[in-house]
Design a protein around this ligand. Sequence first.
Ligand SMILES: Nc1ncnc2c1ncn2[C@@H]1O[C@H](COP(=O)(O)OP(=O)(O)OP(=O)(O)O)[C@@H](O)[C@H]1O
Ligand SMILES: [Mg+2]
Length: 478
Amino acid sequence: MESKDILNKVNENQAVQYELTKLKQSLDVMKDILDHEYQGMVLVDADGRIVKFNYEKLLGIKEKDVIGKHVDEVIDNTRLHIVIKTGKKEVNDVQKIQGKDMIATRIPIIKDGKILGAIGSVTFKDVRELKSLVHRIETYQKSVDKYKGEIRMMHEANYSFDHIISQNKRMEHLKEVAKIAAESNSTVLIQGESGTGKEYFAHGIHKASYRRYGSFVRINCAAIPKELLEAELFGYEEGAFTGARKEGKLGKLEIANGGTVLLDEIGTMPLEMQAKLLRVLEEREFERIGGTERIGLDIRVIASTNEELEEAIVKGKFRKDLYYRLNVIRLNIPPLRDRRDDIPLLSKHMIDDLSNKIGIESKEIACETMDIFQNYNWPGNVRELRNIIESALHLVKGNIICPENLPDYLIQNAKVGQKSAEEGLLLKDIVARAEIKAIREALEKTNGNRTEAAKRLGIHRTALYKKIEAYGLDISNL
Ligand SMILES: Nc1ncnc2c1ncn2[C@@H]1O[C@H](COP(=O)(O)OP(=O)(O)OP(=O)(O)O)[C@@H](O)[C@H]1O
Ligand SMILES: [Mg+2]
């Protein structure tokens, strides 16, 4: 996602949060009105004389002026003096007071069979006002529910462990570990190449945990500009800095409170932010930028990375202490090339799923196609497999996906693979050749647009940058 889109999304979310706060305030005001202006109480003794009176707001009569007076002299159409005779309570009786309909309840106070007095209460100045008030409250309530729902939807985990398709032993073991992790509140560190399913695991953990009704908030540390990351995490108060939104902004940590936060691509977090994050995780409290209030934090943290954090520590790019904080339960998701037994199952699953989405009949896979899949290196892992299947489903004519429905680079790779094996090349060289070829082709097809090229390859943009750098590719002529 472009940072512009992220900002839009963030602003949209802020607007909803702001709206929700406003609506809540309106509801509180309504409640206040109900409590004070619309309600009056009177207490009379056994003779019907007023002992306590708080109809001041309702009738404009002061308590001190009526204490000791007979209730019949003060309140129109009262029946409290009757209730102290009958000893029978009267509930929700319509009573006209000062020309307006009110709803009155009268309760006798009886002790040891003796009537000591009575309490009368009237609610709502006017029945018509009550109706419109109820209507307004209902409308507000609906809006609050709607916004709550929207916020939840924006911050919801969409996938569960059932969405993680695999028959591979290591993957099954990882799923078991993740399920156990879900039951605890421990921090989880998920490591794996781009497209291996790290985010699926994070969703799965949230959904299987007791926090599943809380928010699931993802922060992509790589996609958010360094300068904005702090505001994004902690939020800020009104006018905290130049350019800040007037009404302030909630941080993702605050939105995630009670739920789970996924710190995606944690390895790219600037060192300075790492220090701040560590402090927050240790103290379980934070402050909004420009704020003084300490906000308690009750979240589960899941961090994910596609680079080896251990290497980043050695290079001085990642704090060791933060690493130890995060690396409590560790999930290392193997790349697809190391679990080739998953390729047929995943292919079948994705063909069924995608053809259903596209609205076509499901297809079979030709053996030759599967051979190519089995020999390919899958730098973009499961995401790449899914992209390739999606494109093949659009190209396939009959009912069987054949090699000609696959992108050129995959077929070329199959040939290279054969030749290289004959030449006695090392696997890593074969892989490198195939990757360089695939990257070049993707960049050519997209006129050098790296975001688009990464998408085609099914890898993250940052992963593509790293590969271009690692292979020393000259792409200036594209
Ligand atoms: N085990 C799986 N079963 C089904 N689909 C999967 C599986 N693993 C990955 N996918 C598919 O691959 C896509 C990428 O997965 P995910 O977003 O979890 O990867 P990731 O490891 O977070 O990648 P990145 O590092 O690029 O963010 C998913 O949208 C999904 O379509
Ligand atoms: Mg991810």
